[in-house]
Design a protein around this ligand. Sequence first.
Ligand code: URA
Ligand code: SF4
Length: 205
Amino acid sequence: MSAAEYVPEGAGIAELREAAQGCHGCELWEPATQTVFGAGSPKASMLLVGEQPGDVEDQRGLPFVGPAGKVLQKALDEAGADRSTLYVTNAVKHFRFEWRGKRRIHQTPDTSNVVACRPWLEAEIRRVDPQLVVVLGATAAKSLLGSGFRVTKERGVVFERDTPAGTRRFLATIHPSAILRMDAELRDQGYADFVADLRTAVAAV
Ligand code: URA
Ligand code: SF4
């Protein structure tokens, strides 16, 4: 299973986004509403990678426009990120869920989904060519940094890695959904630490 055969070579972001609508590189395309490709400036200096679209994103066709997206946007604003310098995407481009009654409940993508979808993410990184890739949470880390990477231990610092898209600078931090899941008494600190990591990212581009 792989998206590779669907990725047009040498394409720009708009053409990649268009082609991704027809991707059947893994089984997730079928129950989902649509492919949710990355959005933002195709010349961004900072490219942020989440996990996969959620329920709201699946319906609207845009990344990070639901509850986790609200946390991310607020934190980016507080960290002083200029929105015109950002490109936001996900490791997996289709929403993976299970039905519980009438509700669609998020399911973490399998490693097979992450691997299958990686050609889209690599194409985005190659084409946008950002100065820094911000890895939001474990799934994005698994896709780009390998399964041995521990976000909680290695967060908040800029480092270099050789990747299929060339030598790249990265900074990892937690996923904004993790802040929403924190116990109330831990949430303020969790959010403050997240903003601090993003501030480090903003200072590095
Ligand atoms: N969570 C993600 O990882 N990505 C989105 O686009 C929305 C929620
Ligand atoms: Fe293709 Fe990725 Fe969607 Fe799977 S999740 S069908 S690889 S776009």
